[in-house]
Design a protein around this ligand. Sequence first.
Ligand code: SF4
Ligand code: SF4
Length: 273
Amino acid sequence: MGDEVRCRVCGEAPGPVAEALGICLDCIRERPDEAMPHIERAHEVARRRHGLPARPPRTEGGVSCGLCSNRCIMGEGERGYCGLRWNEGGLRSLSDASEGLLYAYLDPHITNCCAAWFCPGATGAGYPRYAYRDGAERGYSNLAVFLYGCNFDCLFCQNPSHKELDPRRWVSADALAGLAAEGPKVSCICFFGGSPEPQLPFTINASEAALEVRRGRPLRICFEWNGCGDPFLVRRAAELSLVSGGNVKFDLKCFTPELSLALSGVPNRQAYR
Ligand code: SF4
Ligand code: SF4
């Protein structure tokens, strides 16, 4: 057994205390003013090694981004919280409507998707409009699209490689749409990551293009996200899921605002609106 981690605020070890955070649950909830400097420091350390800013920038006179609830305002040379957008003589981005930063692979049905228990891909719900089989879609695949970048900074993220923002991962919306629409055994696209919010214009554009090519044959569009994207884009993305028989999956994380800051580095109130 290793040494017990003690809370840096109360000095106790009233339950499990994460080493990366060093604050107990009670102090996060009940002594947030004392806990917050430690929380901010933990995220700063975790993000520095990826060259990401400690907090969403708010530089007066900078360029703004409204793709997610962080609403970064980036001064010259500054990067947004997700790392995908920055100010270099104006707003620059590693992702826009026509190109995204991603890794895509085929995941045979039935997948380990959290929606599998009611999804058309596993149950045949909505067959033949939304599914190829009146039951499990064996022999078909999900096109899983791992998007790089995230508007959150969860300290225990299960996919931390999303922070490796390598422009060699660029894929055009047309190429992704072609992969999905022309693969005869692809029955759905699921966007996850990271989280889709910072790349919503790309995911919407690629999905619309894929549905256009696939026309009339099932191709479900699904999103798995933290729920803090721009409301207008979120609505459009959700409409695409609705008309195609797909699912929108929210990772709601924490209800208590202080816990969201501790776990994810930023507030998540928008996900609950
Ligand atoms: S997508 Fe969100 S985190 Fe990224 S730059 Fe825009 S507002 Fe900031
Ligand atoms: S919602 Fe989409 S990703 Fe999830 S199991 Fe169904 S078809 Fe696959």
